[in-house]
Design a protein around this ligand. Structure first.
Ligand code: GDP
Ligand code: MG
Length: 443
């Protein structure tokens, strides 16, 4: 929805030479909503908007850009700068070995998984000798879990049991790591489902005993609005040094990143992007900014769409669906042609917000482009009536169409089936989605 609104505003701002209080207000209102929708906490949103406004007012509009595009650029940049402050992808190990890394966070946040991911990262990228230990004495299965994933990561695991006290475990592990010349000791801890005082005291004590060089707050990106409260509690209890934002592969829009970064004041160092041990990345603030705004490379898309697409055609099409006339094979054909004008499906998908494009690989897209051309051929071999009423297309017509397009009858069947599914989808969207967006962008 933000994409649509922003692009409409981008359009409205075209031809104005300066960003003013007036033309920026509505746009910022949309951004504010988008951030709230993306689960950024309200105070953080307010602050952010104020900063963007400060930067945007009076900004020169140079070259072929429109004020709207300039503003989108400012918002995107500010978002990325806010979330990206500090170094991503690096752990500070500057300590008398073993350098201790303490993992903190709620239960299920991904501490144990991230511990093993970090072990793997340190072994592979930094050639370190790594020991892990679990202080999660409340759940024996959690200790076993760390043992298993540590083995997978190729690190060593220091045994602990549910009968021990976390502090004793910590001391013993530290001692062992010193004696056996480990470079790094990763300490996994217990988490409760919600913040509680006992848990906080325990981890504070662990921190005092271990004197870690990194204290990482592990937080689930899907936690949404609530992440800010969790972050605040951990920030008060511990001198945090960094954040690991997990489950970014989920469909949350990831506003938690902005909130958590703002509240803790420490950098987001890593992002968890799968449950597997190689699913750890240096946090990419640029990309995440795009994801939060849900706009992909909107400036590029705006330019491309206005350059290539037959706007009237797109509008007619969108209006048609909206009016309930239904989606016909002719519309399908027009849609295919629009996509070709924009440089192919792959190019187009690339420009879409991450949540739509994440699943498409380059090879898939290449194949899809070829498929699209075949489909175009098949629809072109149909009469206008057939395109409007595909239910007329029975065996004889199918053979004729297949022959005309130089394909097998099965391919005609496949296209018709796919069209039916697409039609169903379009009916549900009632003119929303892709074409509506194109219309808005092209306007
Ligand atoms: P802990 O209670 O904080 O130790 O959390 P765990 O490490 O046990 O993780 C909880 C669940 O989240 C497990 O099922 C993990 O496989 C899963 N998980 C952790 N990190 C990620 C991630 O980045 N992506 C995905 N998809 N799942 C994750
Ligand atoms: Mg755990």
């Amino acid at each position: 929805a933000l994409t649509e609104k922003l692009s409409r505003l981008v359009k409205e701002l075209r031809g104005q030479a300066r960003i003013t209080e007036d033309n920026v207000a509505e746009m910022l209102r949309e951004v504010r909503l988008a951030l709230l929708e993306a689960d950024v906490a309200l105070p953080v949103v307010r602050d952010f908007i104020a900063r963007v406004k400060g930067k945007a007012l009076g900004a020169e509009v140079v070259g072929s850009l429109t004020p709207g595009q300039v503003l989108v650029g400012i918002i995107h940049k500010e978002l990325a700068a806010t979330m990206g402050a500090g170094t991503a992808g690096e752990l500070n190990l500057a300590a008398q070995p073993p350098a201790v890394v303490l993992m903190a966070g709620l239960q299920g946040a991904g501490k144990t998984t991230s511990t093993a991911k970090l072990a793997r990262h340190l072994i592979e990228k930094r050639k370190k000798k790594v020991l892990t230990v679990s202080g999660d004495v409340y759940r024996p299965a959690a200790i076993e879990q760390l043992k298993t994933v540590t083995a997978q990561a190729g690190a060593e695991w220091f045994p602990s049991t549910a009968q021990q006290k976390p502090l004793d475990i910590a001391r013993a592990a530290l001692d062992y790591a010193r004696k056996h010349h480990f470079d790094v000791l990763l300490v996994d801890t217990a988490g409760r489902l919600a913040i509680d005082a006992v848990l906080m005291d325990e981890i504070k004590e662990l921190h005092a005993v271990l004197n870690p060089v990194e204290t990482l707050f592990v937080v689930d990106a899907m936690q949404g609005q609530d992440a800010i409260n969790t972050a605040r509690a951990f920030k008060e209890a511990l001198p945090l040094t960094g954040i690991v934002l997990t489950k970014l592969d989920g469909d949350a829009r990831g506003g938690a990143a902005l909130s958590v970064r703002a509240v803790t004041g420490v950098p987001i160092k890593f992002a968890g992007v799968s449950e597997k041990l190689d699913g750890l990345e240096a946090f990419d603030a640029e990309r995440h900014a795009g994801r939060i705004l849900g706009m992909g490379d909107i400036v590029a898309l705006v330019e491309q769409v206005t350059a290539g697409v037959d706007v009237a055609q797109a509008q007619k099409f969108a209006a048609k669906i909206k009016s309930g006339e239904g989606f016909t094979l002719q519309d399908f054909l027009e849609q295919i042609r629009q996509m070709k004008k924009m440089g192919g499906l792959a190019n187009f998908i690339d420009k879409l917000p991450a949540q739509f494009s994440a699943k498409a690989g380059a090879a898939d897209m290449d194949r899809a482009d070829k498929e699209v051309r075949r489909k175009e051929g098949i629809i072109c071999s149909m009469t206008p009536t057939e395109r409007r009423k595909p239910e007329l297309i029975k065996a004889t017509r199918k053979r004729r169409i297949a022959a005309g397009a130089g394909v097998q009858v099965q391919e005609v069947n496949r296209l018709l089936k796919e069209f039916e599914q697409m039609q169903g989808m379009m009916k549900k969207m009632k003119g929303g989605g892709l074409m509506k967006m194109m219309k808005q962008l092209g306007g």
